[in-house]
Design a protein around this ligand. Structure first.
Ligand SMILES: *[C@@H]1O[C@H](CO)[C@@H](O)[C@H](O)[C@H]1NC(C)=O
Length: 155
């Protein structure tokens, strides 16, 4: 009872565009829309819910592991989040992201999907200048996710 009430109150504090993504399971036909909307949410709100947002992204990726429909969007959302944290304003969230990758992240198959999208961006470098540029800036963390995922897979 109390837990439900607390969750309801917490939900009231989350911007509606972010809430859509965090509660993506409640209507999966809105998934693409939810992923696109994340990239319009105020950065301060996203970093406040960093762990939940990253969990949602990797759950979406893993629960659709037999298709690559959402892979590019999830990858772009990840690049967006890493981009936020690279911003001086949110730099103090760097350790939160590091800890997430080391302790919390558990998507063993993410490395294949992240690598595939990255490869695709590189191969289409002339067409996708903007996305590739953003991905390059996020590369350090993208690689940390890829390496961690691969290590988890091997275990
Ligand atoms: C899910 O979203 C679609 C598109 O907006 C809508 O047509 C459908 O009724 C929604 N389903 C539920 C269960 O809310």
């Amino acid at each position: 009872m109390l837990r439900t009430l607390v969750m309801d109150v917490v939900c009231l504090l989350i911007p509606v565009d972010l809430l859509g993504l965090l509660k993506w399971r409640s209507n999966t036909s809105l998934l693409q829309q939810n992923l696109r909307q994340l990239m319009k949410v105020d950065g301060g709100e996203v970093v406040k819910f960093l762990q939940d947002t990253l969990d949602a992204l990797f759950n979406i990726m893993m629960e659709n592991s037999d298709s690559d429909t959402f892979d590019t969007l999830v990858f772009d959302a990840l690049v967006f989040i890493i981009g936020l944290i690279a911003d001086r304003k949110f730099q103090h969230f760097n350790p939160v992201l590091e800890t997430y990758i080391r302790k919390h992240f558990s998507a063993t198959l993410a490395y294949t999907k992240l690598t595939k999208v990255l490869k695709n961006y590189v191969e289409n470098a002339e067409k996708l200048t903007e996305q590739l540029l953003m991905a390059m800036k996020a590369l350090e963390y993208i690689f940390k996710f890829i390496v961690r995922s691969r290590v988890l897979f091997n275990q």
